[in-house]
Design a protein around this ligand. Sequence first.
Ligand SMILES: [Zn+2]
Length: 133
Amino acid sequence: MSTAMEQVPEVPARLVFASGEWTEARARVIERSPAWRRSSALANLSLWLLIPLVFFIPPHIPWVLLVFFLGAYRAFNRFREQRTLVSLRGKCPKCGTEQEFSELGRMKYPHVVRCSNCQWDLRLEAPLAGAAS
Ligand SMILES: [Zn+2]
């Protein structure tokens, strides 16, 4: 899985500070197809197969509810994961610190990352893969 992720090309992106200042960053983004989102959501729903097993652990019902909602939550997030951020590095537009950001995974709209040095929130703007850069 990690080798497949490293094959995702880096694209130019922008880190935008609230005042409008921005810097160029490098991001690796995977565009997710509706088919991937459906099958990935279903795979997470398979967590529900554990429900009959955890039911035997006292106090029974809380475990069943936990596994049920955990599976539903993970499946829901996968279903709305249209883009996955694999890596992001760049310079903070506020303090200029070059860094590797850790807020990866499902991209939110807007996707906000935090500078490890000045602790300000930065908005990530990444073009769609295949779009002219
Ligand atoms: Zn900073």
